[in-house]
Design a protein. Sequence first.
Length: 439
Amino acid sequence: MQTDLIFKHQILDKLSPSFCGAKWYNATIWLGSGMTTSCHHPPAHLVDIEQVKQNPKLLHNTPEKKEQRRQMQCGERPSGCEYCWKLEDMGPNYISDRVYKSKIYSQEELNNAYNTPVDRDVDLITLEIAFDRTCNFACSYCNPAFSTTWVKDLKQHGGYTELVSDGRNHFTHTHDSAQLYKYGETNPYVEAFFKWWDSDLHSTLRELRITGGEPIMSAELWRLFDWFKDNADKSQTKLAINSNLGSKPELIDRLVDCRKHLPSLDVYTSMEATGYSAEYIRDGLDFEQWWKNLLKLHFADIDTHCMMTINALCLPTLPDMTDKILQARTLFGNEFATMSYNILRFPSFQSCLVLPQDIKDECVSRLKQLDLTNMQQWERGQLDRLIEYLQVVETPHSESFEMPKLHNDFKRFYTQYDIRRNHTFAKAFPSLEEWYETL
Ligand code: SF4
């Protein structure tokens, strides 16, 4: 029996058949909106603003999560974790994220969680946090909830029109609830985080990942880094940030300079295409400058990672991007910019599956021709899965619209995007032009 299955049957299920360590020890918290969740699957909920001022641990230990912990201790299934239950109901040997998200904690930690009285607050071990949505990019697959530049687009031009598959209305309004406090205003959720950080989190957190917006543009990131400078060796928390690496040079230099005060620093940056194609997808990007910044971080003892968001527009140059990193590893070593291939499912009209099969096949054929000597085993596994996905899967996800509607939305969206952003689709993606004209 494989190790994950043994862990599920012999450790996790023995506590309870619905027990998950993430409900106690992991959180994603959006401080701009005051929302929290355990992992990415359950819907986020709002933290009570008045109560969190009194007790900062409520950023994670909300009444909702305490009720879900009670259910898990009794073997009941919290409805928000449906993603995992669906998978597990496929059979006893199916492994859900409940296993992957729990196995990162020790058996002692899991036992402690299980035995913690349900009304008690617990301290986090792994945390992903966003201070605000300030961002200088407005990537096509992002939206105003995560980028102030996207907000500007909608304020200037109004919402995107006639998109039928955008059921969540990502592109029609400015998502004001994502940022409850204006720039320069005191945000009580942020203050609660720093209070909790100072009292306990700095010693209990093993990993803190900061996302955004663009974290480098947030004053709160530098406030946290200043804490490390002023409190040398007080915390061993491993830090990671998600950055577009497109900020002003002085901010990139400041990041490099701060490295010496931090126990460790990993930078995750998104890139899945090259040149003008990449600049079109990730509006605001200067591709050559991004590459220089990536190298600068690598030489400053910062671990670099390239997150590839596989969308329709990246397929023509995805093999080039992969090859660029593999070639660079010949000079800089196989740890340089580890690559993950993350398949975009939403918005579904931007999924790579909207493309005709011959374009997907062309990408697959070029990926198969690459010299993968410098690729790590786990990266190879992800690339193989992507290749299979491009060859076999036909719809982006089970609830997505039929293909003609996705094609209509694709054309409507990028026609508006070109005008708003001063781009030209055909110039950015010459190999897609003929198909695009047929839509
Ligand atoms: S049971 Fe699944 S959905 Fe629920 S917190 Fe754990 S990993 Fe997330």
